[in-house]
Write a protein that binds this ligand. Structure first.
Ligand code: NAD
Ligand code: UD1
Length: 338
Protein backbone atom coordinates (compact mmCIF):
# COMPACT_ATOMS: atom_id res chain seq x y z
CA UNK A 1 0.00 0.00 0.00
CA UNK A 2 1.50 3.33 -1.09
CA UNK A 3 1.12 6.61 0.79
CA UNK A 4 -0.12 9.32 -1.55
CA UNK A 5 -0.23 12.92 -0.34
CA UNK A 6 -3.25 14.87 -1.60
CA UNK A 7 -2.66 18.61 -1.21
CA UNK A 8 -6.01 20.39 -1.13
CA UNK A 9 -7.19 17.00 0.09
CA UNK A 10 -10.58 18.03 1.51
CA UNK A 11 -11.55 19.92 -1.67
CA UNK A 12 -14.16 18.84 -4.18
CA UNK A 13 -12.08 16.83 -6.66
CA UNK A 14 -9.51 15.56 -4.14
CA UNK A 15 -12.15 14.10 -1.80
CA UNK A 16 -13.75 12.13 -4.65
CA UNK A 17 -10.30 10.98 -5.78
CA UNK A 18 -9.45 9.88 -2.23
CA UNK A 19 -12.40 7.47 -2.31
CA UNK A 20 -11.25 5.85 -5.54
CA UNK A 21 -7.66 5.68 -4.28
CA UNK A 22 -8.81 3.89 -1.11
CA UNK A 23 -10.96 1.52 -3.15
CA UNK A 24 -7.93 0.73 -5.33
CA UNK A 25 -5.73 -0.09 -2.35
CA UNK A 26 -3.78 3.17 -1.93
CA UNK A 27 -3.41 5.13 1.29
CA UNK A 28 -4.32 8.77 0.60
CA UNK A 29 -3.22 11.36 3.16
CA UNK A 30 -5.25 14.56 2.96
CA UNK A 31 -3.56 17.91 3.58
CA UNK A 32 -5.48 21.19 3.53
CA UNK A 33 -5.68 24.63 5.14
CA UNK A 34 -9.50 24.66 4.69
CA UNK A 35 -9.48 27.98 2.83
CA UNK A 36 -12.18 26.55 0.54
CA UNK A 37 -13.30 23.30 2.18
CA UNK A 38 -14.24 21.69 5.46
CA UNK A 39 -12.73 18.88 7.56
CA UNK A 40 -16.33 17.65 7.96
CA UNK A 41 -15.92 15.85 4.63
CA UNK A 42 -13.58 13.28 6.21
CA UNK A 43 -16.23 11.30 8.19
CA UNK A 44 -18.33 11.27 5.01
CA UNK A 45 -15.43 9.71 3.08
CA UNK A 46 -15.11 7.16 5.87
CA UNK A 47 -18.83 6.38 5.68
CA UNK A 48 -18.52 5.73 1.94
CA UNK A 49 -15.45 3.52 1.90
CA UNK A 50 -15.11 2.22 5.45
CA UNK A 51 -11.72 3.82 6.07
CA UNK A 52 -10.86 7.18 7.58
CA UNK A 53 -8.02 8.82 5.67
CA UNK A 54 -5.40 10.76 7.67
CA UNK A 55 -5.99 14.49 7.69
CA UNK A 56 -3.29 17.12 8.19
CA UNK A 57 -4.14 20.79 8.61
CA UNK A 58 -1.35 22.73 6.90
CA UNK A 59 -0.74 25.50 4.39
CA UNK A 60 1.32 24.29 1.43
CA UNK A 61 3.31 27.52 1.68
CA UNK A 62 4.94 26.19 4.88
CA UNK A 63 7.74 24.31 3.12
CA UNK A 64 9.47 23.14 6.27
CA UNK A 65 6.39 21.50 7.78
CA UNK A 66 5.46 20.09 4.37
CA UNK A 67 8.87 18.45 4.06
CA UNK A 68 8.42 17.01 7.54
CA UNK A 69 5.01 15.60 6.58
CA UNK A 70 6.45 13.96 3.46
CA UNK A 71 9.28 12.40 5.47
CA UNK A 72 7.29 11.15 8.45
CA UNK A 73 4.50 9.72 6.29
CA UNK A 74 6.89 8.10 3.84
CA UNK A 75 5.12 9.71 0.89
CA UNK A 76 5.51 7.98 -2.45
CA UNK A 77 3.73 10.49 -4.70
CA UNK A 78 1.95 13.84 -4.43
CA UNK A 79 -1.31 14.71 -6.14
CA UNK A 80 -1.25 18.48 -6.06
CA UNK A 81 -4.84 19.77 -6.00
CA UNK A 82 -4.36 22.75 -3.67
CA UNK A 83 -5.05 26.03 -5.44
CA UNK A 84 -7.40 28.98 -5.45
CA UNK A 85 -9.70 28.50 -8.45
CA UNK A 86 -12.27 31.28 -8.90
CA UNK A 87 -11.59 33.00 -12.22
CA UNK A 88 -13.39 36.28 -11.37
CA UNK A 89 -11.76 36.53 -7.94
CA UNK A 90 -8.35 36.00 -9.56
CA UNK A 91 -8.90 39.14 -11.67
CA UNK A 92 -9.67 41.10 -8.49
CA UNK A 93 -6.91 39.50 -6.36
CA UNK A 94 -4.09 38.52 -8.73
CA UNK A 95 -1.37 38.75 -6.07
CA UNK A 96 -3.20 36.27 -3.82
CA UNK A 97 -3.64 33.87 -6.75
CA UNK A 98 -0.05 34.03 -7.99
CA UNK A 99 1.21 33.68 -4.43
CA UNK A 100 -0.97 30.77 -3.39
CA UNK A 101 -0.85 28.83 -6.66
CA UNK A 102 2.62 29.54 -8.06
CA UNK A 103 4.62 30.06 -4.86
CA UNK A 104 2.55 27.20 -3.39
CA UNK A 105 3.73 24.88 -6.16
CA UNK A 106 7.37 25.95 -5.62
CA UNK A 107 6.96 25.10 -1.97
CA UNK A 108 5.56 21.66 -2.82
CA UNK A 109 8.40 20.99 -5.27
CA UNK A 110 11.04 22.14 -2.77
CA UNK A 111 9.57 19.89 -0.10
CA UNK A 112 9.47 16.98 -2.55
CA UNK A 113 13.13 17.49 -3.42
CA UNK A 114 14.14 17.69 0.25
CA UNK A 115 12.10 14.60 1.17
CA UNK A 116 13.13 12.73 -2.01
CA UNK A 117 9.59 12.31 -3.36
CA UNK A 118 9.82 11.78 -7.10
CA UNK A 119 6.25 11.68 -8.47
CA UNK A 120 3.76 14.51 -8.88
CA UNK A 121 0.30 14.57 -10.45
CA UNK A 122 -0.88 18.13 -11.13
CA UNK A 123 -4.43 19.49 -11.38
CA UNK A 124 -4.28 21.54 -14.54
CA UNK A 125 -7.19 22.87 -16.56
CA UNK A 126 -8.69 23.34 -19.99
CA UNK A 127 -8.30 27.03 -19.27
CA UNK A 128 -4.62 26.77 -20.32
CA UNK A 129 -5.56 26.51 -24.02
CA UNK A 130 -5.22 29.69 -26.04
CA UNK A 131 -8.28 31.26 -27.64
CA UNK A 132 -6.45 30.66 -30.93
CA UNK A 133 -6.53 26.89 -30.36
CA UNK A 134 -9.27 25.05 -32.25
CA UNK A 135 -11.57 22.72 -30.30
CA UNK A 136 -11.43 19.78 -29.77
CA UNK A 137 -8.09 20.67 -28.17
CA UNK A 138 -5.10 18.38 -28.53
CA UNK A 139 -2.46 18.60 -25.83
CA UNK A 140 0.09 20.20 -28.18
CA UNK A 141 -2.23 23.13 -29.00
CA UNK A 142 -0.93 26.60 -28.08
CA UNK A 143 -1.31 27.71 -24.45
CA UNK A 144 -2.30 31.18 -23.24
CA UNK A 145 -4.70 31.96 -20.46
CA UNK A 146 -6.84 35.08 -20.22
CA UNK A 147 -7.16 35.36 -16.43
CA UNK A 148 -4.65 35.39 -13.56
CA UNK A 149 -6.07 32.02 -12.45
CA UNK A 150 -5.46 30.56 -15.91
CA UNK A 151 -2.00 32.08 -15.99
CA UNK A 152 -1.13 30.37 -12.71
CA UNK A 153 -1.99 27.01 -14.33
CA UNK A 154 0.12 27.77 -17.43
CA UNK A 155 3.00 28.79 -15.14
CA UNK A 156 2.61 25.74 -12.92
CA UNK A 157 2.84 23.45 -15.95
CA UNK A 158 5.88 25.34 -17.22
CA UNK A 159 7.67 25.21 -13.87
CA UNK A 160 7.21 21.45 -13.56
CA UNK A 161 8.33 20.89 -17.16
CA UNK A 162 11.46 22.99 -16.65
CA UNK A 163 12.43 21.28 -13.40
CA UNK A 164 11.83 17.82 -14.86
CA UNK A 165 14.27 18.67 -17.67
CA UNK A 166 17.12 19.09 -15.21
CA UNK A 167 16.02 16.72 -12.45
CA UNK A 168 15.94 13.21 -13.92
CA UNK A 169 14.32 11.89 -10.73
CA UNK A 170 11.19 14.01 -11.01
CA UNK A 171 8.35 12.49 -12.98
CA UNK A 172 5.00 14.18 -13.51
CA UNK A 173 1.49 13.71 -14.84
CA UNK A 174 -0.21 16.93 -15.89
CA UNK A 175 -3.99 16.44 -15.99
CA UNK A 176 -5.98 19.07 -17.86
CA UNK A 177 -9.51 18.79 -16.53
CA UNK A 178 -12.38 20.00 -18.67
CA UNK A 179 -15.60 20.78 -16.74
CA UNK A 180 -15.85 18.60 -13.61
CA UNK A 181 -19.41 18.25 -12.29
CA UNK A 182 -21.55 15.81 -10.32
CA UNK A 183 -20.98 14.10 -7.02
CA UNK A 184 -20.38 10.69 -5.46
CA UNK A 185 -23.50 8.56 -6.13
CA UNK A 186 -24.02 8.07 -2.37
CA UNK A 187 -25.07 11.72 -2.10
CA UNK A 188 -22.75 12.05 0.91
CA UNK A 189 -20.13 14.30 -0.68
CA UNK A 190 -20.24 16.86 -3.46
CA UNK A 191 -19.39 20.43 -4.35
CA UNK A 192 -20.61 23.30 -2.19
CA UNK A 193 -19.40 26.64 -3.58
CA UNK A 194 -19.15 29.65 -1.27
CA UNK A 195 -21.60 32.42 -2.14
CA UNK A 196 -23.22 32.74 -5.57
CA UNK A 197 -21.97 29.94 -7.85
CA UNK A 198 -20.04 31.03 -10.95
CA UNK A 199 -20.31 27.70 -12.68
CA UNK A 200 -23.29 26.28 -14.47
CA UNK A 201 -24.06 22.99 -12.73
CA UNK A 202 -23.87 24.32 -9.14
CA UNK A 203 -26.09 27.22 -10.21
CA UNK A 204 -28.66 24.85 -11.72
CA UNK A 205 -28.56 22.79 -8.50
CA UNK A 206 -29.31 25.88 -6.41
CA UNK A 207 -32.18 26.92 -8.69
CA UNK A 208 -33.59 23.40 -8.38
CA UNK A 209 -33.48 23.51 -4.57
CA UNK A 210 -35.10 26.96 -4.52
CA UNK A 211 -32.06 28.96 -3.34
CA UNK A 212 -32.01 30.98 -6.63
CA UNK A 213 -35.03 32.10 -8.63
CA UNK A 214 -33.79 31.40 -12.13
CA UNK A 215 -30.72 30.66 -14.21
CA UNK A 216 -29.23 33.37 -16.43
CA UNK A 217 -28.10 31.75 -19.67
CA UNK A 218 -25.08 33.79 -20.71
CA UNK A 219 -25.72 34.23 -24.43
CA UNK A 220 -27.68 32.30 -27.07
CA UNK A 221 -25.97 33.78 -30.11
CA UNK A 222 -22.85 31.61 -30.29
CA UNK A 223 -22.18 29.53 -33.40
CA UNK A 224 -23.20 26.31 -31.60
CA UNK A 225 -26.08 23.83 -32.07
CA UNK A 226 -28.59 25.94 -30.11
CA UNK A 227 -26.58 29.17 -29.74
CA UNK A 228 -25.61 28.57 -26.08
CA UNK A 229 -22.07 27.74 -24.92
CA UNK A 230 -20.88 24.17 -25.35
CA UNK A 231 -18.66 22.47 -22.77
CA UNK A 232 -17.11 19.10 -22.12
CA UNK A 233 -18.58 18.07 -18.75
CA UNK A 234 -16.87 15.23 -16.92
CA UNK A 235 -18.33 13.38 -13.93
CA UNK A 236 -16.11 13.91 -10.90
CA UNK A 237 -15.95 10.11 -10.35
CA UNK A 238 -14.64 9.64 -13.91
CA UNK A 239 -12.09 12.32 -13.10
CA UNK A 240 -11.16 10.38 -9.95
CA UNK A 241 -10.61 7.26 -12.08
CA UNK A 242 -8.37 9.33 -14.38
CA UNK A 243 -6.15 10.29 -11.42
CA UNK A 244 -5.75 6.69 -10.29
CA UNK A 245 -4.84 5.57 -13.83
CA UNK A 246 -2.38 8.46 -14.22
CA UNK A 247 -0.77 7.65 -10.89
CA UNK A 248 -0.49 3.94 -11.74
CA UNK A 249 1.15 4.85 -15.06
CA UNK A 250 3.75 7.03 -13.31
CA UNK A 251 4.43 4.50 -10.58
CA UNK A 252 5.05 1.82 -13.23
CA UNK A 253 8.08 3.89 -14.25
CA UNK A 254 6.61 5.34 -17.45
CA UNK A 255 7.83 8.75 -18.67
CA UNK A 256 6.14 12.01 -17.65
CA UNK A 257 3.07 13.07 -19.59
CA UNK A 258 0.33 15.68 -20.07
CA UNK A 259 -3.24 14.64 -20.91
CA UNK A 260 -6.70 16.08 -21.29
CA UNK A 261 -9.37 14.55 -19.06
CA UNK A 262 -12.67 15.09 -20.82
CA UNK A 263 -15.24 13.13 -22.80
CA UNK A 264 -14.87 14.82 -26.19
CA UNK A 265 -18.67 15.26 -26.26
CA UNK A 266 -20.05 18.82 -26.41
CA UNK A 267 -23.08 19.66 -24.23
CA UNK A 268 -24.76 23.08 -24.49
CA UNK A 269 -26.16 25.10 -21.60
CA UNK A 270 -29.73 24.35 -22.66
CA UNK A 271 -28.99 20.65 -23.20
CA UNK A 272 -27.65 20.44 -19.64
CA UNK A 273 -30.71 22.26 -18.30
CA UNK A 274 -33.07 19.90 -20.14
CA UNK A 275 -31.21 16.79 -19.03
CA UNK A 276 -31.26 18.01 -15.42
CA UNK A 277 -35.03 18.65 -15.65
CA UNK A 278 -35.68 15.26 -17.20
CA UNK A 279 -33.58 13.30 -14.69
CA UNK A 280 -34.71 15.12 -11.54
CA UNK A 281 -38.27 16.13 -12.38
CA UNK A 282 -37.44 19.69 -11.24
CA UNK A 283 -38.18 22.72 -13.42
CA UNK A 284 -35.28 25.11 -14.01
CA UNK A 285 -36.62 28.54 -14.96
CA UNK A 286 -34.11 30.48 -17.04
CA UNK A 287 -33.67 33.81 -18.82
CA UNK A 288 -31.42 34.53 -21.74
CA UNK A 289 -28.84 37.16 -20.72
CA UNK A 290 -25.90 38.82 -22.52
CA UNK A 291 -22.69 36.83 -23.02
CA UNK A 292 -20.39 36.61 -19.96
CA UNK A 293 -17.12 38.51 -20.49
CA UNK A 294 -14.23 36.17 -21.28
CA UNK A 295 -16.45 33.19 -22.25
CA UNK A 296 -15.72 31.14 -25.35
CA UNK A 297 -18.32 29.38 -27.53
CA UNK A 298 -16.88 25.88 -27.22
CA UNK A 299 -14.49 24.15 -24.79
CA UNK A 300 -13.91 20.57 -25.87
CA UNK A 301 -11.23 17.95 -25.26
CA UNK A 302 -9.69 15.61 -27.73
CA UNK A 303 -9.57 12.66 -25.29
CA UNK A 304 -7.46 10.36 -27.51
CA UNK A 305 -4.11 10.67 -25.74
CA UNK A 306 -5.57 9.77 -22.34
CA UNK A 307 -7.21 6.76 -23.96
CA UNK A 308 -4.04 5.58 -25.72
CA UNK A 309 -1.68 6.22 -22.81
CA UNK A 310 -3.83 5.37 -19.79
CA UNK A 311 -6.79 3.44 -21.18
CA UNK A 312 -8.96 6.25 -19.82
CA UNK A 313 -12.39 7.06 -21.16
CA UNK A 314 -15.41 8.56 -19.46
CA UNK A 315 -18.12 6.13 -18.33
CA UNK A 316 -20.75 8.30 -16.64
CA UNK A 317 -23.37 10.07 -18.79
CA UNK A 318 -24.72 13.61 -18.58
CA UNK A 319 -27.81 12.08 -16.95
CA UNK A 320 -25.59 10.47 -14.28
CA UNK A 321 -23.91 13.83 -13.65
CA UNK A 322 -27.30 15.50 -13.11
CA UNK A 323 -28.77 12.69 -10.98
CA UNK A 324 -25.72 12.55 -8.69
CA UNK A 325 -25.39 16.34 -8.40
CA UNK A 326 -29.07 16.57 -7.47
CA UNK A 327 -28.91 13.77 -4.86
CA UNK A 328 -26.05 15.58 -3.12
CA UNK A 329 -27.80 18.97 -3.33
CA UNK A 330 -31.16 17.67 -2.12
CA UNK A 331 -29.66 15.82 0.85
CA UNK A 332 -27.25 18.64 1.79
CA UNK A 333 -28.87 21.96 0.84
CA UNK A 334 -26.26 23.85 2.87
CA UNK A 335 -23.28 21.65 2.11
CA UNK A 336 -21.47 20.16 5.08
CA UNK A 337 -23.14 22.49 7.55
CA UNK A 338 -26.58 20.97 6.96
P1 NAD B 1 -11.51 23.13 -4.23
O1 NAD B 1 -11.42 24.58 -3.89
O2 NAD B 1 -12.69 22.38 -3.78
O3 NAD B 1 -10.20 22.38 -3.74
C1 NAD B 1 -8.95 23.02 -3.55
C2 NAD B 1 -8.51 22.76 -2.13
O4 NAD B 1 -7.22 23.34 -1.92
C3 NAD B 1 -9.45 23.37 -1.10
O5 NAD B 1 -9.81 22.36 -0.18
C4 NAD B 1 -8.62 24.45 -0.44
O6 NAD B 1 -8.98 24.64 0.90
C5 NAD B 1 -7.21 23.92 -0.63
N1 NAD B 1 -6.15 24.92 -0.63
C6 NAD B 1 -6.06 26.05 -1.37
N2 NAD B 1 -4.93 26.72 -1.08
C7 NAD B 1 -4.27 25.99 -0.14
C8 NAD B 1 -3.05 26.15 0.56
N3 NAD B 1 -2.29 27.22 0.39
N4 NAD B 1 -2.66 25.20 1.44
C9 NAD B 1 -3.45 24.11 1.64
N5 NAD B 1 -4.61 23.91 1.02
C10 NAD B 1 -5.04 24.84 0.14
O7 NAD B 1 -11.34 23.03 -5.82
P2 NAD B 1 -11.47 21.78 -6.79
O8 NAD B 1 -12.55 22.09 -7.75
O9 NAD B 1 -11.48 20.52 -6.04
O10 NAD B 1 -10.10 21.95 -7.59
C11 NAD B 1 -8.96 21.16 -7.32
C12 NAD B 1 -7.87 21.53 -8.32
O11 NAD B 1 -8.36 21.33 -9.64
C13 NAD B 1 -7.44 22.99 -8.28
O12 NAD B 1 -6.06 23.04 -8.50
C14 NAD B 1 -8.19 23.63 -9.44
O13 NAD B 1 -7.50 24.75 -9.94
C15 NAD B 1 -8.18 22.49 -10.43
N6 NAD B 1 -9.26 22.54 -11.42
C16 NAD B 1 -10.56 22.61 -11.01
C17 NAD B 1 -11.58 22.69 -11.95
C18 NAD B 1 -13.02 22.79 -11.55
O14 NAD B 1 -13.85 23.21 -12.39
N7 NAD B 1 -13.41 22.41 -10.34
C19 NAD B 1 -11.27 22.68 -13.32
C20 NAD B 1 -9.94 22.60 -13.70
C21 NAD B 1 -8.93 22.53 -12.74
C1 UD1 C 1 -14.96 27.36 -16.00
C2 UD1 C 1 -13.82 28.26 -15.62
C3 UD1 C 1 -12.64 28.01 -16.54
C4 UD1 C 1 -12.25 26.54 -16.60
C5 UD1 C 1 -13.45 25.74 -17.01
C6 UD1 C 1 -13.14 24.25 -17.01
C7 UD1 C 1 -15.01 30.20 -14.74
C8 UD1 C 1 -15.48 31.60 -14.98
N1 UD1 C 1 -14.30 29.62 -15.71
O1 UD1 C 1 -15.48 27.94 -17.16
O2 UD1 C 1 -11.52 28.75 -16.12
O3 UD1 C 1 -11.25 26.34 -17.57
O4 UD1 C 1 -14.54 26.00 -16.09
O5 UD1 C 1 -12.75 23.86 -15.75
O6 UD1 C 1 -15.25 29.65 -13.68
N2 UD1 C 1 -23.26 29.60 -17.83
C9 UD1 C 1 -24.50 30.20 -17.86
N3 UD1 C 1 -25.03 30.66 -16.69
C10 UD1 C 1 -24.39 30.54 -15.49
C11 UD1 C 1 -23.13 29.91 -15.46
C12 UD1 C 1 -22.59 29.48 -16.65
O7 UD1 C 1 -25.11 30.34 -18.92
O8 UD1 C 1 -24.93 30.99 -14.47
C13 UD1 C 1 -22.69 29.08 -19.08
C14 UD1 C 1 -21.36 29.71 -19.47
O9 UD1 C 1 -21.55 30.86 -20.24
C15 UD1 C 1 -20.72 28.54 -20.25
C16 UD1 C 1 -21.27 27.29 -19.57
O10 UD1 C 1 -22.45 27.71 -18.89
O11 UD1 C 1 -21.16 28.56 -21.58
C17 UD1 C 1 -20.32 26.67 -18.57
O12 UD1 C 1 -19.91 27.67 -17.65
P1 UD1 C 1 -19.00 27.32 -16.38
O13 UD1 C 1 -19.62 26.21 -15.62
O14 UD1 C 1 -18.74 28.60 -15.66
O15 UD1 C 1 -17.66 26.74 -17.01
P2 UD1 C 1 -16.63 27.42 -18.03
O16 UD1 C 1 -17.21 28.59 -18.70
O17 UD1 C 1 -16.15 26.36 -18.94
Amino acid sequence: MQNILLTGGTGYIAAHTAITLIEQGHNPILLDNFVNSSPKIVPRIAEICGKTPSLIELDILDTQSLTQVMRTHNIHAVIHFAALKAVGESVARPLAYYHNNVVGLLSVLNAMQAAKVAHIVLSSSATVYSEDAKPPFVEDAPLAANSPYGQTKVMMERIINDIAHTDPNLRFAMLRYFNPVGAHPSGLIGEHPNGIPNNLMPYIQQVAIGQRDYLSVWGNDYGTTDGTGERDYIHVMDLADGHVLALAHLLKGEPSFTVNLGSGEPVSVLQLVRTFEMVTGQTIPYKIAPRRAGDVAVLLANPQRAKDLLGFSTKRTTADMCADAWRWQKNNPNGFSS
